[in-house]
Design a protein around this ligand. Structure first.
Ligand code: GLN
Length: 491
């Protein structure tokens, strides 16, 4: 599999065509899907038609001309089912495209399908999907992570060079880490959320999966920037990503929150993390110890805030406006219709979060839980602001363990939540954050290295991550599964 950048160049140079690129992706998807379950919907015909018209239009200069991309199934695609992997959206067909989809198509990309996720993006393993879990291409008995597990699995298995995910508490970076690819969450407000099915609106952010930081930056340059359709969209100018990826990290100050890294982190992860730091240090970066005293509270704070916002956002699924309406019994009134629809339409984790969120927002508990969580969120932001007076980026592992077995954590929600310990901070603070492959465990499962940057300073963050890839080869390693379905290491 080639990178998106090299594929777009080859198409432009006439060495291959958009149609060939789409056919190849469809062929791999067909071979891989029975084992991987990465996709909810594949839109073969529409993709082939679009490829044909792009080829007919000639060698365009659009940055993603002819490049296939998969979209997480919680982003609206006009005339194509959008399910959020929930029964409650059965039959829902959006009448419009999300802004990110529109921008990708305008840049020449070809949407190839919609990928599986934990229902409404609530989870860390895709096991909360109403359509069943996706599998990790490095070991199909393990999770690809979540919630954007389908997107991560599709890119890791080299079915497509690119995919979009959404990241509310780690859902791009965690699966990227567990699947050995790049996952990037831009600053909150940087990428329009118009057309993204809302989970927790103060945390949600869309971003790319790719095999290289260069490709992730390319997608970011296409989807990022102000959008009048999203009231939280930032007017901040986009960085010039052509000059940002210089490979130079000489003098870059990397903050390492040592006290936060101890407990519950796998030895293999710590080893890979230390050697990633050493790689950057050898290029001239300076390692500086920092403190993030409130980071250990990230998980409880995140699960109070995200459930509160989810309980409000998901109130709209009532059997009237979208998708499913439950069959009614004889004397049912409006209230029963709502209740039956929501009972039948939502899965267990979504119900748990709606109940938790309703509880923490209710009179009498609001101050003790929701308000307190918002206060600690501010303290966490202050920790980072203090750290960023001395450093340019903050480094941690992406996850405390490599990919876990399917079924291993499903009976214990708290164990599942703890997987997000290193990722939630960037959402609570809105900071840009990226995971890049930095090694393998003793059982050859990928390990992710996470860097977090200053608000709207994606340029520095991407520069550091790209420099790391220039010195390492982890991102060029392909799971055996991908080779079996025709995916080759990228050029
Ligand atoms: N795993 C986290 C959760 O379950 C994050 C999910 C996400 O980022 N969408 O909420």
């Amino acid at each position: 599999m080639m990178t998106a950048r090299s594929l777009a160049r080859d198409i432009k140079d006439g060495k291959t065509t958009a149609r060939a690129a789409v056919e190849q992706a469809l062929d791999r998807i067909k071979k891989a899907e029975p084992k991987l379950s990465a996709f909810n919907t594949v839109i073969a015909e529409r993709a082939l038609d679009r490829a044909a018209s792009l080829d007919a239009a000639g060698r365009a200069s659009a940055p993603l001309h002819g490049v296939p991309i998969a979209i997480k199934d919680n982003m609206c695609t006009k005339d194509v089912p959008t399910t959020a992997s929930s029964k409650i959206l059965t039959g829902f067909i959006p009448p419009y495209d999300a802004t990110v989809v529109e921008r990708l198509e305008r840049a020449g990309a070809i949407i190839i399908g919609k990928t599986n996720l934990d229902e409404f993006a609530m989870g860390s393993s895709t096991e909360n999907s109403a359509l069943g879990p996706s599998k990790n291409p490095w070991d199909v008995t393990r999770t690809p992570g979540g919630s954007s597990g389908g997107s991560a699995a599709a890119v890791a298995a080299r079915l497509v060079p690119l995919a979009l995910g959404s990241d509310t508490g780690g859902s791009i970076r965690q699966p990227a880490g567990l699947c050995g690819i790049v996952g990037f969450k831009p600053t909150y407000g940087r990428v329009s959320r118009y057309g993204l099915l809302a989970f927790a609106s103060s945390l949600d952010q869309i971003g790319p999966f790719a095999t290289t930081v260069e490709d992730a930056a390319l997608v970011f340059s296409v989807i990022g920037g102000f959008d009048a359709h999203d009231s939280t969209s930032s007017p901040e100018a986009m960085p010039d990503l052509n000059t940002a990826l210089s490979g130079d990290v000489n003098g870059l100050r990397i903050g390492v929150p040592r006290a936060f890294l101890g407990e519950g982190v796998d030895a293999d992860i710590l080893t890979a993390f230390e050697s990633a730091l050493a790689t950057l240090a050898a290029r001239g970066a300076k390692l500086i110890d920092i403190e993030l005293p409130h980071a250990p509270y990230g998980i409880p704070v995140y699960y109070l805030i995200c459930t509160a916002e989810a309980s409000s956002n998901l109130a709209r699924y009532d059997g009237v406006r979208y998708g499913l309406r439950a069959k009614l019994e004889k004397d049912d009134g409006l209230l029963q219709m709502y209740e039956r629809t929501r009972d039948q339409g939502f899965g267990a984790e979504v119900k748990r979060r709606i109940m938790l969120g309703t509880y923490v927002l209710s009179a009498g508990y609001y101050d003790a839980y929701y308000l307190k969580a918002q206060q600690v969120r501010t303290l966490l932001l202050q920790d980072y602001q203090t750290a960023f007076e001395r450093v340019d980026v903050v480094a941690t592992p992406t996850t405390p363990t490599p990919a876990f077995k399917l079924g291993e954590k499903t009976s214990d929600p708290v164990q599942m939540y703890l997987n997000d310990i290193f990722t939630v901070s960037a959402n609570l603070t809105g900071l840009p954050s990226i995971s890049v492959p930095c090694g393998f465990s003793s059982s050859r499962l990928p390990i992710g290295f996470q860097l977090t940057g200053r608000p709207f300073d994606e340029a520095t963050l991407l520069r550091a991550a790209d420099a790391f890839q220039r010195d390492t080869k982890f991102h060029t390693e392909v799971p055996p599964f991908a080779e079996a379905t025709g995916g080759k290491p990228h050029a």
